[in-house]
Write a protein that binds this ligand. Structure first.
Ligand SMILES: Nc1ncnc2c1ncn2[C@@H]1O[C@H](COP(=O)(O)OP(=O)(O)OP(=O)(O)O)[C@@H](O)[C@H]1O
Length: 590
């Protein structure tokens, strides 16, 4: 989509507000013409160039009416303009959010959250502001043409003599500025890189500290800041150049006018009123030229903003971003539709066939995975670090987009696993779960009613912790759950999974956060849940002992699968893993 198409579509989004804004701004923008004409009448009358009798009070009354119309125009037009501005921002952000949330969870945004937030906030603001400027540009152009017509009607040569040099110098400055600013700004003045970097640093303060990498972080920060400083300075110099040049051009124009006017005043072709009108309008016309310069520059930059948002959309069509949809600006948004549960409670079997995924630009991932999980079974995935366990879980759940193969639920191929594998069909606890700044209860429920909360807390082996916390489940957990231990975060996430009452529970490795005994109690309670079907990554003996089926991963492929006994006899990789984990697994030795 190019700039013209974007602006056109946005103007058509809410044509009522767009045109209303233009009409409401007209009195404000045409006021200088009215005031200039009144001034002309006034001065002509003073100097005896007017045939009319004393019009002073009449002129004063009209000037007051003009000022009142101006105030009214500002009052109503600002409201309309703000309403349109918020609607456009709302529409673009709603569409962006929809797109991001519809992406496979693990690849929802292409870069760091800091970069994405900066685009979501700043670029969308800029795009919406451009529509506002286009709106104003239309009105101000009406003013300019009206003023020009008035001046031409009074004296064509003087008007040409004043306006042409102004336009010529402006055109020269403007082409240079547009060229410079468009060339300088494709990356948003380095702001995106800087916020992306800062966001990564804030998220990994611990990693920086333990690696003793403070100095190199500061070095990188100062390099990025320096780049930004240079870009911003160049940019500012060019735009300020125009602001500095234009007022001077007006002065020059007034000088020319003075010279030309003085010669004409005598013969009576150019009255004092005409002179006052010229000087007055010239000032406002120069402001229009200055404004249009800034607006044109901003319009040229739309291309860059669209390009950056295209990056955030990960190549998906930009049309999606401006898809017209109703917005709930005045009321609360409608409640989210409940998940489709018609097929729930009928789970029989989950299968994958030749499921494959590679991380972009690498040969790493999972290849040709065939597995089957039946209702009520406890399936454990084991494998060395980097063997593909997490990738397998995420690809099954649609959090990563499969490159090949398929996932089947009750023998039906699932076209969009990301949308299908959600509660109450499946629930998932990742290896590093995320908590939000809120109470523990809010973090577990995430909007669900409290029914089943107590049981979920118990099943997650969290009841003792809750009892010891100051305010129990109403304790604030802090940003990303900083007030809880890693084990508590992990079990809170497990409780979040349990409370959703899903048929298949998918759990990534908890061993880094939980001691063996706690994890063992968790599996015990999980097994006691009625007809729980579990797919878990674990190396703990308790999990392996309970497993109905074990899948051994190696280099992204299934190396072997079977019961503990079968694998201990047939799989060298499994035996090696057992040796690494301490060898003996009580109660289930071959
Ligand atoms: N975001 C990523 N980009 C590129 N490669 C990745 C990414 N995440 C994982 N990998 C690679 O894909 C392979 C499988 O990783 P995965 O995390 O699935 O292994 P794992 O068995 O779960 O490891 P762990 O036991 O450490 O959790 C590894 O070689 C890993 O380096």
């Amino acid at each position: 989509m190019n700039t013209k198409q974007f602006l056109w579509r946005m103007a058509a989004y809410h044509p009522g507000l767009f045109w209303k804004g233009i009409f409401q701004w007209l009195p404000f923008n045409l006021a200088p013409v009215a005031a200039g004409l009144l001034m002309k009448v006034f001065f002509d009358q003073l100097t005896g160039h007017s045939a009319s009798s004393d019009v002073t009070w009449f002129v004063v009354a009209l000037l007051a009416a003009n000022a009142a119309a101006t105030l009214g125009s500002i009052r109503f037009a600002s409201r309309t303009e703000t309403a349109l501005n918020f609607r456009i921002k709302g529409l673009i952000r709603q569409n962006l959010l929809n797109h991001i949330l519809g992406q496979p969870g693990a690849r929802a945004i292409p870069g760091s959250p800091g970069e994405a937030v900066s685009q979501f906030r700043d670029d969308v603001d800029q795009l919406a502001d451009t529509i506002r400027n286009v709106n104003l540009l239309v009105v101000k152009t009406v003013f300019f043409l009206t003023a020009l017509a008035v001046l031409f009607a009074i004296n064509v040569p003087v008007t040409l003599g004043v306006i042409l040099p102004l336009l010529a110098v402006f055109a020269l400055v403007q082409t240079r500025i547009i060229r410079m600013s468009v060339r300088l700004r494709p990356k948003g003045n380095g702001r995106r890189e800087l916020s992306g970097f800062m966001s990564e640093v804030f998220q990994s303060v611990l990693a920086v500290k333990v690696a003793g990498a403070e100095d190199s972080v500061v070095e990188e920060f100062s390099r990025l800041s320096d780049d930004r400083r240079k870009q911003v300075s160049r940019d500012r110099v060019m735009s300020q150049l125009m602001y500095a040049l234009l007022p001077n051009l007006v002065q020059i124009g007034s000088g020319i006018l003075l010279l030309a006017g003085a010669r004409l005043l005598g013969p009576g072709k150019f009255t004092v009123g005409d002179y006052a009108l010229f000087v007055h309008l010239l000032l406002h016309m120069s402001k229009f030229i200055e404004y249009s310069g800034t607006s044109i520059t901003q319009i040229k930059q739309v291309k860059g903003y669209l390009r950056r948002l295209n990056w955030l959309l990960q190549g998906s069509s930009l049309d999606r971003m401006i898809d017209f949809k109703p917005l709930d600006l005045a009321e609360s948004p409608p409640a989210a539709p409940p998940p489709a549960v018609s097929e729930s409670r009928q789970f029989k079997q989950l299968q994958t066939k030749s499921l494959t995924y590679f991380y972009p630009g690498t040969a790493k991932g999972i290849k040709r995975i065939d597995l089957q999980i039946s209702r009520g079974s406890f399936v454990v995935i084991v494998g060395r670090v980097g063997s593909g366990k997490t990738t397998l879980l995420r690809t099954i759940l649609g959090l990563l987009p499969a490159a090949a193969g398929e996932v089947r639920w009750n023998n039906r191929r699932i076209a969009n696993p990301g949308e299908f594998f959600v509660p109450p069909r499946t629930a998932y606890t990742p290896q590093v779960p995320k908590l939000y700044n809120g109470t523990l209860k809010e973090n577990i429920l995430l909007g669900l009613p409290e029914e089943g909360l107590e049981q979920a807390v118990y099943d997650a082996v969290l009841e003792e912790d809750v009892r010891l916390l100051d305010k129990g489940l109403d304790t604030e957990v802090g940003v990303r759950g900083v007030k809880l231990s890693n084990g508590q975060i992990q079990r809170s996430a497990a409780a979040r999974m349990f409370v959703r009452g899903s048929e298949v529970l998918v759990v990534d490795d908890m061993s880094s956060a939980l001691d063996a005994e706690t994890e063992s109690r968790l599996w015990e309670r999980l097994n006691a849940r009625e007809e729980a079907t579990c797919l878990v990554v674990s190396h703990r003996r308790e999990a392996l002992r309970r497993a109905d089926h074990i899948i051994v991963m190696k280099d992204g492929e299934i190396e072997a699968q079977g019961t503990f006994r079968e694998l201990a006899l047939s799989s060298e990789e499994f035996r090696a893993l057992l040796d690494e984990a301490g060898g003996t697994l009580p109660g289930n030795r071959p």
